[in-house]
Design a protein around this ligand. Structure first.
Ligand SMILES: [Zn+2]
Length: 398
């Protein structure tokens, strides 16, 4: 029987459903998966077989239920077969990681950025990725895609970086350049995705956790700039033009200090790296920055009602006092209103959060096959995201 495009899409969706279920609850059997997913037992049996063969799932032993019944085989995500490549393109360096489907970091490397000229950046990125690709294979992992996180707004509809002020990039068509540079180094074709670095930071917390309370999560990245990655209803929320989460330029003080963006009183003028350095120089600690960070996360709480707010980026890692002050400010606001604030914690992957999350971006795209194309008033329901040109089937074969 000929398989049509629609059938392939349905199959991809069904595979994603099964993978997400097993990830959320490792140890589910085929019978339980059929009940949980609503798919027939024969469909689950067939898809599970493929997912086992392709190294997405693994099974271990058999368990016999307490009562009468056939023994079942617990399934889990295979953390030893497939690998994901992640790159953080930062303002002054490039970090490359290779991770398993379970988020274990099996390879990590970083280099100072030679130049910020886009073409040369892509070449350096490709050199480092080619090395990571080879190391993953040597370690027994099959690389299944590359994600790139960078400090700017990425428009998924056009595949271009609209604006990355700290790299001095505007309208850089980055995806083809990365693919070309990878091909020139002999890296086999694979899905390549790009996203803002705070967004990938959020995915490092979301995609590798079985905890369902992560379905609404905000990752705050404090570095030279300040940004937020937002996961709502199990999806990255990027806004109409990829600009959602530019919280560094939300106003926290009327007529406040001038910000690099031209406005006055932006959060970044209080908690950007330069402001923190000034705070420490004048006061001996980053308490003022902590207070404004607390105001900022309070406002994120009231805007998005997340389960968790994760504080990441080099400034949060290097200034635990600032983080403590921010948490106290949030608790005080919560007490005043008689509300329970969201959980606040620091990034699990530390400085590697954006790179690991870039690897998670590959998984995020794979497990969310129905991403509508953004923008455009002419969006029709059947237009799905194929902007990255690699199809689900190529990914399965990768
Ligand atoms: Zn600003």
């Amino acid at each position: 029987m000929k398989t049509t495009g629609d059938q392939q899409l349905v199959k991809h969706i069904n595979r994603s459903v099964l993978l997400r279920l097993v990830r959320a609850r490792p140890g589910l059997s085929r019978a339980q998966l059929a009940v949980e997913s609503g798919l027939t037992k024969s469909t689950v049996g067939q898809l599970t077989k493929e997912l086992l063969e392709e190294g997405w799932l693994e099974q271990s032993g058999t368990t016999t239920p307490a009562g009468l019944g056939r023994p079942s085989t617990p399934l889990q995500i295979n953390g030893k077969a497939r690998g994901l490549l992640g790159v953080e393109l930062a303002v002054d360096c490039i970090r490359v990681v290779g991770v398993s489907l379970l988020g274990e970091v099996v390879y990590s490397e970083h280099e100072l950025l030679h130049t910020r000229q886009p073409e040369q950046v892509c070449q350096q990125l490709a050199d480092m990725t080619a090395k990571a690709h080879a190391c993953l294979i040597q370690a027994g992992y099959q690389p299944s895609g590359l994600g790139v996180g960078l400090p700017g707004a990425f428009d998924e509809a056009t595949g271009a970086v609209c604006f990355a002020p700290n790299l001095a990039w505007r309208h850089v068509n980055i995806l083809p350049q990365i693919r070309q540079a990878l091909a020139a180094r002999g890296v086999p074709p694979m899905p390549v995705h790009v996203q803002n670095d705070a967004d990938t930071g959020a995915l490092s917390e979301y995609e590798f956790a079985s905890d369902s309370t992560n379905s609404a999560l905000v990752f705050v990245a404090c570095g030279v700039g300040v940004g937020a990655g937002i996961v709502l209803n199990d999806r990255l929320f990027t806004g109409a033009r990829g600009m959602a989460g530019e919280i560094g330029h939300s106003i926290v003080q009327a007529n406040g200090p001038r910000c690099t963006c031209g406005r006055s009183g932006c959060a970044e003028a209080f908690i950007g790296a330069r402001a923190i350095a000034r705070d420490i120089l004048h006061n001996g600690h980053a308490s003022q920055a902590g207070t404004y960070l607390g105001i900022l996360i309070h406002n994120l709480w009231t805007t998005f009602d997340p389960h968790v707010i994760v504080l990441g980026g080099v400034s949060c890692i290097e200034n635990p006092h600032m983080v403590e002050v921010a948490e106290k400010v949030l608790r005080d606001y919560a007490a005043s209103s008689g509300m329970t604030p969201p959980l606040v914690r620091t990034a699990r992957y530390g400085l590697l959060a954006s790179a690991v999350g870039a690897a998670a971006l590959v998984l995020h795209h794979y497990l969310q096959p129905l991403q509508p194309k953004r923008a455009g008033p002419h969006l029709r329901p059947h237009e799905f995201d194929d902007t990255h040109s690699i199809t689900a089937n190529q990914m399965m074969a990768a």
